[in-house]
Ligand binder design. Structure first.
Ligand code: GLY
Length: 373
């Protein structure tokens, strides 16, 4: 069993473990009792993941003597709304949920964010156990306590709360059912961690790019065969993320570096229409844009940009912003980003491999040149 500890500033009581182990889903009940010590549990999932893994999760909970209720909501970013959260609160209200009753978030990024938010608000905070089922959720969103829903006007993740999980249980074998394009999301976030924070991790990824592209192409067979490499990929990401969250839980500074590629990435994802460009594909394009700005400013030389573009391409990630999207619209939308402070858009730009900084003086013309080089 691989264990990564997230040590939070306010002391040991809030610290939690990320456990990574093939087959961990079948220990869900035992692990939930260990983490939350309650007699019942509510599992929240979506209509993609619920039918795949819901029954197994329920069996594992029953085997540990837990009373268990499975609540499912329609899959997709378009359902990451306050209306979905409200229906789930209705579902919790129909159960005998107490403040110690844990919510298990069984699914990808959307499920983790929505279930985490639902738990954060209900009875002013239920414990959450994150059980991620996508690579994106394993390497990024299940760790760190960001929860929330989208707002139709304000945008993605604009309504939310920091609510740290009490534990994260990662079973890499669950990724066997992940559609090919979904892998891009987790691989792009891995490249983000490497370029912004860890040059050694970048070299590790670069030496295995084809291996990950092969897993993404045939996960049903490759996930089992390459379970150890996959667990190592997840562990490496979780170690990086855990260190950042421990140092800056509420994104006062250091944690902002995890937004590398996301400023233009979010705008591209929104303008293309959710689902047309996947989150990871948009982040991949966004990292290329940010690195071109860094090259233009002389922060890094073009060799670093070539290294980045080379790795993303070998992982089958797109790096060019789609021709149909207008640079003007992208620039306009970036000014609505959560990272805006005092009206200035904040960009994370690399200044060496594995090192990045926040800048708030990127001009529209610099951004336009980087979008259409
Ligand atoms: N996904 C970025 C963060 O958790 O801060």
């Amino acid at each position: 069993m691989n264990i990564v500890k997230v040590k939070l500033p306010a002391g040991a009581a809030r610290a939690y473990d990320i456990r990574i182990q093939p087959g961990l889903l079948d220990e869900l009940g035992r692990q939930t009792v260990r983490i939350a010590g309650a007699g019942s549990v509510v599992i929240i999932s979506d209509t993609n993941v619920g039918p795949l893994y819901g029954a197994r999760a329920e069996r594992a909970c029953a085997a540990a003597g837990l009373r268990c209720e499975l609540l499912t909501f329609p899959a997709g970013e378009e359902h990451k709304t306050i209306a979905t959260a409200a229906k789930l609160w209705d579902g919790l209200a129909a159960q005998s949920v107490e403040r110690a009753t844990p919510v298990v978030a069984l699914g990808g990024g959307v499920v983790g964010d929505v279930a985490g938010f639902v738990a954060a608000c209900y009875l002013r905070g239920l414990p959450v156990v994150q059980v991620p089922t996508t690579l994106l959720a394993c390497v990024d969103s299940s760790v760190g306590g960001k929860t929330g829903v989208d707002h139709p006007v304000a945008g993605k993740n604009m309504i939310g709360a920091f609510h740290q999980p009490s534990g994260v249980l990662i079973d890499p074998l669950l990724l066997a059912s992940l559609p090919q394009r979904e892998w891009s999301c987790g691989l792009a976030e891995s490249v983000k961690h490497a370029v912004a924070l860890d040059a050694k991790f970048f070299r590790w990824l670069a030496s295995r790019a084809e291996q990950f592209a092969a897993i993404a192409a045939r996960p049903a067979s490759e996930v089992v065969r390459q379970a150890d490499t996959l667990a190592e990929l997840i562990r490496w990401n979780c170690r990086i993320k855990a260190a950042i969250v421990a140092a800056d839980e509420h994104e006062a500074g250091l944690r902002s570096l995890l937004n590398f590629g996301h400023t233009t990435g979010h705008a591209i994802e929104t303008l293309a229409g959710f689902g047309h460009v996947r989150h990871g594909e948009a982040v991949s394009m966004g990292m290329a844009v940010a690195t071109r700005i860094a090259v233009g400013r002389g922060l890094v030389d073009s060799a670093l940009l070539d290294q980045l573009l080379g790795l993303l391409t070998r992982m089958n990630l797109p790096t060019a912003v789609p021709a149909g999207l207008s640079p003007g619209e992208i620039i306009k939308l970036t000014t609505k980003d959560k990272k805006v402070r005092g009206g200035r858009v904040r960009f994370v730009l690399p200044f060496a491999m594995g090192q990045a900084k926040l800048f708030d003086d990127v001009t529209p013309s610099e951004l336009e040149r980087a979008i259409r080089p």
